[in-house]
Design a protein around this ligand. Structure first.
Ligand code: HEC
Ligand code: HEC
Ligand code: HEC
Ligand code: HEC
Length: 357
């Protein structure tokens, strides 16, 4: 009996320590997804609304280098002959003096092809030649940059953008997307899994759809979570729409490095009353991204070589992260475009007089 008692009580401590170990292991696994304190929080809405921004000071510090603006080339002489009078094949920047034109070429090289130099876009034997696709794409990119700075001030204000905002010294911006190749669930299931249930950074590793861009930043689908029919009829559509909406919102939050309460009072996400002005800026941002993807990026489908296109043969497109790269304003709001009025940026003097939208 004694013997039996001994053996039966023997395993107890082992089970306990095993349990403790398991609990610890589970806790470590669960908390591995969390960030280590201390965090910093900043009040963002009226007192009592819980509209607080939470920042991890270490993440902010680690990303600081990414948002530093390169020193602008010295301004060039505006006198002398125009580029169109001197060169053979200038279609966009022809009105600039040769000095200003050259300054833009030098700046573009440092922003997009600092390692490759002029030959990234040019045939060194003939600078007028358009045989490199990078040159053809760049001409469109110049027009796109001018369009952003001149026609989308409701979003970019007088801060504006240059090639650097998106490219950051790289041939291809780090945050781009192409359409998702439909992924059937398998032979026994019908339909497309809509890019769901696969952890992907786009949806912040959640099970939300990983391509909220095709419907909202290329297409013009309503960004809504509420169906307009009672359950259950017609609701399937609105569930899909709601999932895609949450995925887009997750993308927006991570792209800007902010919480949902940066734009919403979370007592009602659909209500605009009492929301911070940033929500309106974001609303314009959605329209701007759509406009740029449809009227600039998609028109380049012939220009891009096959190896630069997506699985469905479409060109790479932009989203909020392409410019913002984790900052509430790209480059933390440094107004670098004002040094490049050639690209549509507003000059310093002008900037002071621009009415606030
Ligand atoms: C990222 C692409 C890119 C890079 C890098 C680049 N260029 Fe250009 N370059 C262009 C584009 C686009 C045009 C046409 C502009 C237009 O149509 O208004 C052009 C046109 C020119 C022309 C006019 C040629 C002609 O006769 O039509 C000259 C000269 C020139 N670039 C010089 C340079 C120099 C010098 C460098 C290096 C310091 C350089 N470019 C780097 C894209 C680039
Ligand atoms: C709003 C963001 C944005 C701005 C501003 C921008 N670009 Fe781009 N650029 C893109 C995207 C998105 C692509 C497509 C990525 C790809 O090539 O797959 C791209 C592609 C390119 C490519 C082709 C890269 C390759 O090898 O496939 C060149 C060259 C280029 N841009 C030059 C420029 C120049 C020059 C400027 C400034 C006049 C500029 N870009 C401004 C977003 C931007
Ligand atoms: C930078 C601003 C911004 C942030 C951050 C943001 N949203 Fe939004 N949200 C918007 C805008 C703008 C709309 C309206 C879009 C439209 O109608 O085009 C919207 C719409 C919504 C809707 C649809 C409401 C309706 O009318 O059905 C929901 C739900 C939503 N957001 C949830 C969230 C969640 C959850 C988060 C955090 C993960 C979040 N949002 C973060 C700006 C933002
Ligand atoms: C072409 C580059 C570009 C793209 C793409 C872009 N933004 Fe912006 N965004 C800017 C610039 C530049 C500013 C700074 C404007 C200013 O200083 O007034 C800004 C400012 C904002 C602000 C205001 C921040 C504040 O605190 O005042 C919000 C919110 C915002 N963007 C949301 C978005 C969302 C959401 C998307 C994607 C749907 C997006 N942006 C896409 C360039 C861009």
């Amino acid at each position: 009996m004694k013997q039996h008692h001994h053996t039966s009580s023997g395993p107890r401590p082992i089970t306990l320590s095993l349990l403790k170990g398991l609990t610890l292991a589970v806790a470590v696994t669960v908390l591995a997804g969390c960030e280590r304190p201390p965090m910093e929080s900043v009040q963002h809405g009226y007192r009592g609304t819980g509209m607080v921004q939470v920042y991890n000071p270490r993440t902010v510090e680690a990303a600081a280098d990414k948002h530093v603006v390169p020193v602008a080339e010295p301004q060039a002489d505006d006198s002398g002959p125009k580029a169109s009078a001197v060169y053979q094949n200038v279609k966009v920047l022809g009105d600039l003096s040769v000095g200003k034109f050259t300054r833009v070429m030098v700046a573009m090289t440092s922003w997009v092809a600092p390692k490759e130099g002029c030959v990234h876009c040019h045939n060194p034997a003939n600078f007028a030649d358009d045989s490199k696709y990078t040159k053809v794409v760049s001409r469109k990119m110049i027009e796109m940059t001018q369009h952003i700075n001149q026609d989308w001030q409701q979003h970019v204000g007088s801060t504006g953008v240059t090639c650097y905002t998106c490219h950051r010294g790289q041939n291809v911006p780090s945050d781009i997307w192409t359409k998702l190749n439909p992924q059937p669930y398998g032979a026994n299931f019908m339909g497309d899994k809509a890019g769901q249930n696969e952890p992907n950074p786009v949806a912040n590793l959640s099970s939300l759809p990983v391509d909220p861009f095709t419907p909202f930043l290329l297409g013009n689908e309503p960004i809504r979570v509420n169906g307009n029919t009672a359950l259950p009829s017609g609701n399937r559509q609105s569930i899909k729409q709601a999932e895609a909406t949450y995925s887009l919102m997750t993308h927006i939050s991570t792209s800007l490095g902010v919480n949902c309460t940066y734009c919403h009072n979370t007592q009602s996400f659909s209500n605009w009353k009492g929301n911070p002005p940033q929500r309106l800026t974001a609303w314009y941002g959605i329209r701007m991204a759509r406009d740029l993807n449809v009227n600039y990026m998609e028109t380049l489908v012939e220009a891009f070589p096959a190896h630069r296109k997506g699985a469905l043969g479409d060109v790479a497109k932009l989203n909020c992260a392409t410019c913002h790269q984790g900052a509430y304003k790209p480059l933390n709001g440094a107004p670098m475009a004002q040094d490049f009025t050639e690209l549509g940026g507003l000059a310093k003097v002008l900037a002071a007089n621009v009415p606030k939208q």
